[in-house]
Ligand binder design. Sequence first.
Ligand SMILES: Cc1cc2nc3c(=O)[nH]c(=O)nc-3n(C[C@H](O)[C@H](O)[C@H](O)COP(=O)(O)OP(=O)(O)OC[C@H]3O[C@@H](n4cnc5c(N)ncnc54)[C@H](O)[C@@H]3O)c2cc1C
Length: 497
Amino acid sequence: MRTVPGRTERVVVVGAGLAGLSAALRLRGAGREVTVVDRGTGPGGRAGRVEHSGYSLDTGPSVLTAPELVADALGAVGEKLEDRLTLLPLATTYRAQFADGSHLDVHADPDAFAAEVAELCGPAEAAALRRYLADLAELYRLQLATFIDRNLDSPMDLLRPELVALARRGGFRRLSRHVERAFADERLRRLFSFQALYAGVSPYRAIAAYAVIAQLDIGAGVWHPVGGIAAVPRALAAAAAHAGVAFRYGAAVGRLEVSGRRVSGVLLDDGDRLAADAVVVTSDAPHSLVPGLRGPRRPVYSPSCVALHLGVRSELPGQAHHTISFGAAWEEVFGELTRDGRPMTDPSLLVSMPSRTDRSLAPDGGQVLSVVAPTPNLDPRSGGNPDLDWAVLGPHYRDELVGVLEARGWSGLGGAIEVEELVTPADWAARGMAAGTPFALAHTFGQTGPFRPSTLPRRGPENVVLAGSSVQPGVGVPMVLISGRLAAERITGPVAV
Ligand SMILES: Cc1cc2nc3c(=O)[nH]c(=O)nc-3n(C[C@H](O)[C@H](O)[C@H](O)COP(=O)(O)OP(=O)(O)OC[C@H]3O[C@@H](n4cnc5c(N)ncnc54)[C@H](O)[C@@H]3O)c2cc1C
C-alpha cells in the first residue's frame, strides 16, 4: 500500500462528517496532532439535525447499519461505544409495503423473518430466503476482503482467491437476474434489489455483487441510536475532542497552500492559516480544493433525492420505524430515475419514523417522519435533468408525496404537520454536492473498487489524502466510516486496533 512520504505529525482534516471524524479518531489514536475544520456549525455533515418546536429531525441518514464500525472508530482512542451511545437493535428492520395491499415485516431474527415469508409467500420462498441470506453473508465476507475494507492501488490488488469465489457465486451477473433466480415472488425480488439505488444504480444494470447492501440491513440488522442518528457524529466528535483533537467550526477552507510537491498549510476563508504536514479532504469535489488533483474523466453520478422531514402532531398509529413503500411500477421507476431524467410517476419511498422507537425525538402525541424519494440528479450525462426547476417543482412534489403517504396508510398526515424541512436536488447542489446528489459517484462497475478514486491520489500534492463518499470504498454511513480509516492508514500505515 502506498503511503504519504515524509513528515506527517500535524494533520488537518477538512470536514467533520462521518468520514472526517473516523479519520481524525484513527489519526489521533496513532499519535498525530489533529485539527478538524468544518464550515458547518457542528459535527455530522450530511448526518444533520434540525430542532424545532420540540421535534428533533435527522436530516440525513435514517438507517444505521454496521455499528461495529462506529465502535471501531471509538476504539482507536481507547473508548467504548456503550460509554458514548445507546444503540437499540430494531426487531423489525423494515416494513415492506406493497402496491397490492400486502405487507411483509423484515425481522432481524432469521426464523421470525422466514416464518413471515412462509405466511405471505409460501414455504418454498421461505426456504429460498434462508438460502439467500446465507449466500449474502458469504458474498459480503468475500467482498469485504477483496475491495471494501482495504486500500487499493491497482486492479491487480483484486487478484485474490476471493475474487474467483465471488465470480463463481455469480457476483458479476446482473442483480435483477440474481434475485430472479433466487425468488419466484416479485415482492421478495424487490425487497432484495431496491438497495441498488443506495449505490446509485438500477438493479437492471448493477452487478449482483451489490446484493450485499442487503446484507448490511436485512442480513445483519438495523440499529437506532437514542437521540437520533445525529447522536453518532456527536459521540465521535466528543470522543475525538476528549482525546485531544482540535475542532474549528464555522471555518470554510478556501485553499490549500502548496510548496513544492507538498501542501504546507490550509487557508481558511476568514484569513487564518493552519500549518499542516498532511491533509485529509472529505468534501464531495476535492479537486476543486486540491491544486493539481483531477476529478474522474467521465463521472457518473447517483440519482438524487427529495427529502421531506416532518414533525407531526399525530400518533400515526400502526406505522413502523422504517417502511419501504413500493409503488406498483418497478422497472419503469429505474428508467425514470437513471435514464429519462423524470421524477418517479409511481414512487417507491423510504419512510422512517424513529419516534416510534425513541420518544425523545417528538413531543407527546407527536411523531417525526422522514421521507426519502429518489429523483434524477442534475447531470444529463448521468441520466439526470438540469432543466427540472426544483424551486417551482419542489413544493408541488412535497404535496404529492404527502398525498401518496395519506393514500398508503399515513392517514391524517397532511393536516397534522407542524414542522417541516424540504430538501431538493437544487438544495444539494447549493451545498456543493456535484450533480445535485448527496449520494456522490454511482457504484457503476467503472467506479467501484480500484476503479473508484483512491484515498491517495497519484496526481496533486503527495501529502493530501481523500475520504468520504466520492472515493473508495463508497457511499453510506458504513462505507464512509471505512474510508476515514483507509485515509488515516495512508498517513500512518496500517494500524491494529
Ligand atoms: C437524505 C439522506 C439520506 C441518507 N440515508 C442514508 C441511510 O439511511 N443510511 C446510510 O448508511 N447512509 C445514508 N445516507 C448517506 C450518508 O449520509 C452519507 O454517505 C455520509 O453521511 C457522508 O459522510 P461524509 O463524511 O463522507 O460527508 P459529509 O457528511 O458531507 O461531510 C463532509 C463535511 O465537509 C465539510 N466541508 C466540505 N467542504 C468544506 C470546506 N471547503 N471547508 C470546510 N468544510 C467543508 C462539509 O460541511 C461537511 O460537514 C443518506 C444521505 C442523505 C443526504
